[in-house]
Design a protein around this ligand. Structure first.
Ligand code: C2E
Ligand code: MG
Ligand code: MG
Ligand code: MG
Length: 286
């Protein structure tokens, strides 16, 4: 249609690209609306399991968008739009607050004496670049009554390595607050090994691609083993993501991986479902 409107003079115009731009602008507009109304966005919680005991250790908060006309739009589609427009700062603060509010409630429902659950929240580069970020975290913790050590922030390698020196200062500030830090999708970005040991972080998350490749070959298993060895050497604990089979789980146990997450244990769940795991009325296969 763009071609018809534009006539011959607009022959440089690529209708496919035009369609994409229109689509992005529409999604951005709708996302802005969803954030303002607070109705169609929600947070799913995927259990993170202690590998040795298969007990619940915490959750990763994963944002969900139920678009009124289009149904569920995956974060892989709308997070990049939120990032390119800066909306991800508002979105990220909303997820952080929501996840902290939720974990505070669940902590109350835990059996007395049991270890506190942690809540992992994904951060985007834009949030790290926001000069108010540390204040936002401090404020959210105070207002939700969440202990800083229950909160684990997940950062990607590129977010950290981009402006390494600057990031390290910020991460140190967060750690001074008592918040835990984790490198997400480890092994897929370009982590400089010379910086890795300088990063004030607590854990590495082995990317799903390595976990799902493990059963294919000894080489792939060796990669996971090396990541685990490296993490131990640097004093980080390791979370494996994308555990889909009991074979995956057993291989990771044999490598003494600390924590695991994946469809084998549980999918990202609506809050009500996740809550049943907290109280211990539901469990999963080990
Ligand atoms: P991520 O942080 O690496 O999250 C893990 C993703 O793997 C999630 O996808 C989860 O549903 C999926 N997953 C978990 N276990 C399995 C498994 O066993 N098999 C397979 N095939 N997949 C599994 P999801 O929820 O679609 O999120 C995709 C990405 O979107 C996340 O990757 C994260 O980078 C981003 N994201 C999600 N929520 C947020 C958020 O609140 N803020 C930011 N900045 N990014 C977010
Ligand atoms: Mg993550
Ligand atoms: Mg991940
Ligand atoms: Mg991932």
């Amino acid at each position: 249609r763009a071609r018809e409107l534009g006539g011959g003079r607009q022959s440089w115009f690529d209708p496919a690209m035009h369609g994409q731009v229109v689509e992005q602008v529409r999604l951005e507009h709708d996302l802005r609306g969803a954030l303002a109304s607070g109705t169609d966005l929600w947070v799913a919680y995927q259990p993170i399991v202690e590998m040795v005991t298969s007990g619940l250790a915490g959750f990763e908060a994963l944002v969900r968008w139920d678009h009124p006309e289009r149904g569920n739009i995956p974060p892989g589609v709308f997070i990049p739009i939120a990032e390119s427009t800066g909306l991800v700062v508002t979105l990220g603060t909303w997820v952080l607050r929501e996840a902290c509010r939720q974990i505070a409630i669940w902590q109350e429902e835990r059996e007395p004496g049991s270890a506190p659950l942690f809540i992992s929240v994904n951060l985007s580069t834009r949030q790290l670049a926001d000069p108010n970020f540390v204040d936002v975290v401090r404020q959210v913790l105070r207002e939700t009554g969440v202990e800083p050590s229950w909160l684990k922030l997940e950062l990607t390698e590129s977010a950290v390595m981009d402006k390494a020196e600057q990031s390290i200062r910020l991460l140190q500030e967060l750690r001074t607050l008592g918040v835990k830090l984790s490198i997400d999708d480890f092994g897929t970005g370009y982590s400089s090994l010379s910086y890795l040991h300088k990063l004030p972080i607590d854990s590495l998350k082995v990317d799903r691609s390595f976990v799902s490749a493990m059963h294919q070959s000894e080489e792939n298993r060796a990669i996971v083993r090396i990541i685990l060895d490296l993490a131990r050497l640097l004093g980080f604990d390791v979370i494996a993501e994308g555990i889909e089979t009991s074979a995956d789980a057993n291989l990771l146990r044999a490598l003494a991986c600390d924590y695991g997450q994946g469809y084998h244990f549980a999918r990202p769940l609506p809050p009500a479902e996740a809550g049943k795991l907290v109280g211990g009325s539901l469990s999963w296969q080990s």
